[in-house]
Ligand binder design. Structure first.
Ligand SMILES: *Cc1c(COP(=O)(O)O)cnc(C)c1O
Length: 421
């Protein structure tokens, strides 16, 4: 019997096994055939505290007794109000308004539309977006347009809009990136906005750059009056060691995109935060200036309630201590592997650790990726390499035994690669 389900980022023609999940708990996924798989990538970066977190599950049960979906155009509800106030409290002071949607991609689409709406509504239309090389902002047409072009989006390329791209600020060449942004900001017509993943590019290969560079990029935008959009869909909620990555650079974006860990990974929800000037540019007695965006499930009350409970967890529990401890544990494993001849570019930012496998031909479809995926799958580990880059981004509750199993398997894979497969 073949399944009618068409899976994302899955080549069905390869007939790779698609395990069925029976339940999840903590750092583990339990399969229907009785295996306990360690989720070393937080189910694609969404699970922060751990799977099936008791407080989050309880919040879902409680909210679902009162609410289902409610239209949000011209209506409101307590979970959305509570969450918005909570988000304003924990983000930089200039961010004053919260717009809800339902995924990271929609949070970014909303950010781009807010930026263009701002310029149009103040009577100085601007349309150009500046992006960073190797960026990823989502899989919709708009978010693919501001992301790295490649095998992922080749078929759709004619539909993608043009952007200006600054080079990735590799160590030692940061100036080139900052100068390129400065040059784009001087060009007429001026860019509407610069969008960037702060401190680490996720899907682009866990590429890390310095807080000083992020700060310099934000300063260029501020100097030229170009809106600075921080896509913290992956970096938010402690992954990089702080609640938001922007904090480490002392940067306050004009627009901030949040999703993934916003609900601790329990339900889909996104928020795009904006400064007062951006909101005010849309506020008018002129109906043509309102923000023309909505999705059916905007501000789902149950998702908002679980996100509000996530904020309570952050307030009441020592989450940043757990994040720091996980970072230290990751570093100890990296240190042990630092001289391994099969591994290079050993790096870490907060809880995220990554290594590149040598002999790598590079790129997402490189030879080693599928072999590594299978290698880890056979050891009951959920690790999805990005090409030849293997990264570990676990839920914060992972214990030493599970984390050691993950790194032992990575070391074993490195041994096999080094011996020549
Ligand atoms: C995952 C991701 C997105 C897209 O989020 P979806 O919820 O998958 O649409 C956007 N930006 C960044 C930086 C991401 O990591």
């Amino acid at each position: 019997m073949s399944s009618p389900v068409w899976h994302p980022f899955t080549q069905h023609g390869l007939n790779e096994p698609i395990p069925e999940v029976a339940r999840t708990e903590g750092a583990a996924i339990h399969t229907a055939d009785g295996r306990r798989v360690i989720d070393a990538i937080s189910s694609w970066w969404v699970i922060t505290h751990g799977h099936s977190h008791p407080r989050l599950q309880a919040a879902i049960r409680k909210a679902s007794e009162r609410f289902d979906q409610i239209i949000f155009a011209g209506w409101t509800h307590e979970p959305a109000e509570t969450l918005a106030c909570g988000l304003i409290d924990i983000t930089p002071e200039p961010l004053q308004h919260v717009f809800y949607s339902d995924s990271g991609s929609t949070a970014v689409e909303v950010a781009l539309k807010m930026a263009l709406g701002f310029w149009t509504n103040i009577g100085q239309p601007r349309h150009r977006i500046v992006v960073m090389q190797h960026s990823y902002h989502g899989d919709t047409i708009g978010t693919m347009s501001v992301g790295q072009r490649g095998v992922f989006n080749q078929a759709y390329a004619p539909l993608l809009f043009d952007v200006a791209t600054v080079p990735f600020p590799t160590a030692g060449a940061e100036r080139a990136s900052v100068d390129a942004l400065d040059a784009f900001c001087r060009q007429e017509p001026k860019p509407a906005a610069f969008i960037v993943e702060p401190l680490i590019l996720g899907a682009g290969g866990m590429l890390i750059y310095s807080a000083e560079t992020l700060r310099a990029l934000a300063d260029v935008c501020a100097r030229h009056g170009v809106l600075f959009i921080a896509d913290e869909v992956m970096t938010g909620w402690g992954r990089t060691g702080t609640l938001l990555a922007c904090e480490q650079a002392g940067v306050s974006p004009d627009i901030l995109c949040l999703s993934k860990g916003l609900t601790g990974g329990a339900l889909p929800l996104a928020a795009t935060l904006a400064t007062a000037p951006i909101f005010e540019a849309h506020r008018s007695t002129d109906r043509a200036k309102m923000f023309f965006h909505s999705s059916s499930y905007t501000a789902n009350p149950i998702a908002c309630a679980v996100a509000a409970e996530n904020l309570s967890i952050w307030r009441e529990e020592p989450v940043l201590d757990r994040v720091a401890a996980l970072g230290q544990a990751q570093q100890a494993h990296l240190d042990r592997l630092s001289a391994h001849p099969a591994l290079s570019n050993i790096r870490r930012l907060g809880t995220i650790a990554a290594v590149d496998f040598e002999g790598a031909r590079g790129g997402y479809l490189s030879g080693l990726g599928p072999w590594l995926l299978k290698f880890f799958r056979e050891r009951d580990l959920l690790i999805r390499p990005l090409g030849d880059t293997v990264y570990v981004m676990p839920p914060y509750c992972i214990d030493d035994a599970d984390l050691s199993r993950v790194w032992a398997a990575i070391e074993e894979a490195a041994e096999v690669v080094h011996a020549g497969i």
